[in-house]
Ligand binder design. Structure first.
Ligand code: PLP
Length: 482
């Protein structure tokens, strides 16, 4: 939508042209690497002389927003978002196992995320606008009318064969030979991780996790009476193998739990060689690794990252995942493949929840079998990538100087390091007063570090309302920075 350009003051017109281009970039209508409107076209759209447009473009070039290409025109700088600084690694050198104590903040995050009036930057959830609801409803109705008894009856663990066979096929496409019999269907990845922890550890045991780590994992460790040992992690490459080696030498660690692909909150992605080294190291000390791969299918690049289980020569990796971030969180469809722990996992599943919902298992199996899931995933990855890029760009322009933003290569959350004087809890409470949800950084550690960090969910398509909410959030943070 063209904005009006006043014709009486030259400098005013020129500023308006610049802000018009910036608005197009902010709204994602012009993306890094794309050609900016030609001087002639913009001159006729905005009713401003070509020389004014040219001047405005040259000033945007000076600011690094545009680059001029001979005989071709102006382009949005392809490295625009790459110049944004990413969070600094935090090296603590010495770590101690901790009891996790969260209090009510944890519950509050879930409560505000259920409130549709609160801007959706808090929970890491995909927008239902991006989900293939009609197609999934069609499959669900179809299965219910074709196989009513199977839909309504129990299907005891390990769960429906059809779904397990589809999941096994996905593993085969990743080069893993895992049969349907080695997979157990669970109520989301959360149940998969609960079963895994119950299987490999007991009250009082030390569980190594990366830092920062997804707060529900810390909560789970708290509720199971275990202790969390936070291992230093790099914002881009994930857990630091040397720090882990040191911890293994000095402490009696019972298991490790981490998200190697697109960690929540910082989006770190472990390089394949690190996954290999990690599994070898843990295997050498007979320590099980619980990996959570809920974001693995949401890569922005051309190839899906591998999973740690691929490198496991001793069957000691318990790999958990779900369709919550990619298809239907409310269906609660997750799974675990636990290698040598399979039988014990089955016992825990039978003892604690008997079975998972049958209709959803059969509907998701059909959705996968028909090829609809993979087609949906390729659209979803593109949408998340654009949403995340746009949020990065807006935050980099609106938040105070010194803000650093993660650069995830998959998933849909951003980890934002604010200037040190800003407390994330103040940001959280001020934002909530304006009906804006965010997750304060301190929830991602049992030691309450990350006090000047926040996590922003970008799992929804941008609208005028959410853009305004992000602008309002920036205003509040800028006020706290004074
Ligand atoms: C890393 C991670 N694991 C697991 C979950 C929860 O998965 P599910 O809904 O399948 O239980 C989340 C949700 O935020 C997550 O970020």
């Amino acid at each position: 939508m063209p904005i009006a350009v006043k014709t009486d003051q030259e400098h005013f017109k020129y500023d308006q042209v610049s802000s018009y281009i910036m608005q197009l970039i902010d709204k994602g209508n012009l993306k890094p690497g794309e050609r900016a409107p030609s001087l002639r076209k913009l001159s006729s759209t905005l009713k401003v002389s070509i020389s004014t447009i040219n001047q405005a473009y040259l000033s945007l070039e000076d600011k690094g927003v545009l680059t001029a290409r001979p005989q071709s025109g102006f382009y949005i700088n392809a490295e625009l978002n790459q110049a944004i600084e990413t969070p600094k690694p935090i090296i603590t050198a010495c770590c101690q196992p901790r009891k996790v104590r969260f209090g009510q903040l944890f519950e509050e995050i879930f409560t505000i995320s259920n409130n549709p009036r609160v801007a959706p930057f808090a929970a890491a959830r995909p927008s239902m606008d991006l989900m293939p609801d009609k197609a999934l409803i069609r499959e669900t109705r179809g299965i219910l009318s074709r196989q009513p008894a199977a839909c309504m009856d129990y299907c005891f663990p390990p769960g429906h064969q059809k779904l397990r066979a589809q999941i096994a096929l996905r593993y085969a496409n990743m080069g893993l030979s895992i049969s349907a019999d080695e997979i157990i269907i669970t109520n989301g990845a959360t149940e998969a991780m609960t079963l895994a922890l119950q299987t490999v550890a007991k009250r009082g045991d030390i569980i190594a996790v990366e830092s920062p780590t997804y707060f529900s994992v810390l909560r789970l460790i708290e509720k199971l009476g275990m202790l969390a040992l936070e291992i230093d992690s790099h914002p881009k490459t994930g857990v630091d193998i040397e720090s882990l080696e040191y911890a293994l030498d000095t402490m009696d660690i019972k298991a490790m739990l981490l998200v190697p692909n697109f960690n929540n909150p910082n989006g770190s992605l472990m390089p394949e060689k690190n996954k290999d080294q990690l599994v070898e190291l843990l295997n050498s000390q007979e320590i099980p690794l619980i990996e959570d791969d809920v974001y693995g299918d949401l890569y922005f690049g051309s190839e899906r990252p591998g999973i740690a289980k691929y490198y496991d020569t001793e069957d000691r990796v318990l790999s958990c995942a779900s369709f919550s971030k990619t298809l239907a969180p409310g269906y609660r469809m997750g799974w675990i493949t636990g290698g040598r722990y399979h039988e014990k996992l089955l016992e825990w599943k039978q003892a604690t929840s008997s079975a998972s919902a049958s209709i959803q298992q059969l509907a998701v199996a059909e959705f996968l079998r028909s090829g609809q899931y993979d087609r949906h995933l390729s659209r979803l990855r593109k949408a998340f990538r654009e949403q995340v890029e746009k949020a990065r760009f807006m935050i980099s322009r609106l938040f105070p100087e010194g803000t650093r933003i993660s650069d995830p290569q998959g998933g849909f959350v951003l980890w934002v390091e604010l200037p040190r004087n800003i407390n994330c809890y103040d940001v959280y409470t001020d934002a909530l007063e304006h009906n804006i949800g965010i997750t304060p950084g301190m929830l991602f550690s049992a030691t309450r570090k990350f006090k000047n960090y926040i996590r922003i969910n970008c799992g929804f398509p941008w609208t005028d309302e959410t853009e305004k909410a992000l602008e309002q959030l920036a205003t509040l943070i800028n006020e706290l920075n004074k």
